[in-house]
Design a binder for this molecule. Sequence first.
Ligand SMILES: C[S@@+](CC[C@H](N)C(=O)[O-])C[C@H]1O[C@@H](n2cnc3c(N)ncnc32)[C@H](O)[C@@H]1O
Length: 328
Amino acid sequence: MATTSANEKNEHRVFSQKILSAADDVQRLSETRKDAFPLFLDKHMPLIQDRQLKCSIGMAPWVNLNILEELKSFSRVFAMRPGRFNVGGTGFFHAFGLWCVIRSKKPSTIIESGIHNGLGTWIMRQAAGNHTKFILVSPSAPGIYKDESRTTQYFTGNKFRDFNDLPWNLLVPDKNDSLIFFDDHQAGIRRIKEARKFGFKFVMFDDNYIPGHGDNLSAKKLCNPNIYSSLNNPVFTYQDDFGKKSRRLSNNDYFVLVQDFRDSVHTYAEFPPVWNGPNRIGVTNEIWSSIGQPALFNFKAVHSFAGIQIDVSESLQYTHFVYMELFV
Ligand SMILES: C[S@@+](CC[C@H](N)C(=O)[O-])C[C@H]1O[C@@H](n2cnc3c(N)ncnc32)[C@H](O)[C@@H]1O
């Protein structure tokens, strides 16, 4: 389990101060030069972070895995998934992300918020083995796979309560050994705060959309503000609950949330696309590769692996699946 050294805390404090002072400057300048923001943001952001647009903080847990061997094992398992097609649910890339995080962290409890057909549950069960406890939270019962383990608890149908309203202190006494998969289209920053409030440290997000896309205020939209200018400056927006709640944020409010993000997140590691291919927002390869991690494998190389059936269109489903460790 990761610990936070005094040095790290100090670096974090200095970094946070830089963000606050940068936010003040941006606010001042945007008040005096209304037309300059967010173009100005682009010049200003080096204060906040280096010029690269990717966001990466700390160490990914999967670095010690042999990713090629994992991909081969995963692909054989994935080929046996129930239902086969998981429209509206986790595809190959994110499922492999779940697999690698679980295989490296080996949590004793897994929580999934947003279960749809249950295929994310199924792949996590294959990665975790039989001894991991699962707690599954979603308005409706799963359409395809129901986990029958004796220790599994479902909070669906009449028993459904939002993640924030469940008695986590009773349900999961040891938060340090648990891992949450948020796949429920709620505002990422809200889920981060709620998870921390209950003492959860390790989380993964499926719907980690880039600015101007998706239906929630994701971590990706707060992690590195430079990304806005690279995407034709979409406006700062607070979105929650599948985009049903949506309001424009002032520059100041946006930077307060950036600060919240920075105060909350010890590690932010996006699981890379498994292979290179067309992206879901139709931007050039140059822009796409500047805002995310490089693909793990070349498409042609993956294609030649024996036994790996791949669908070219899987790359269109990639939304910067992310693993995070939170300060608690
Ligand atoms: C994208 S799907 C989940 C896909 C699934 N995790 C998988 O791996 O295939 C989103 C799910 O979130 C559920 N949902 C909606 N509001 C929710 C909430 N407040 N808490 C948990 N789940 C919610 C939806 O009913 C839907 O089943």
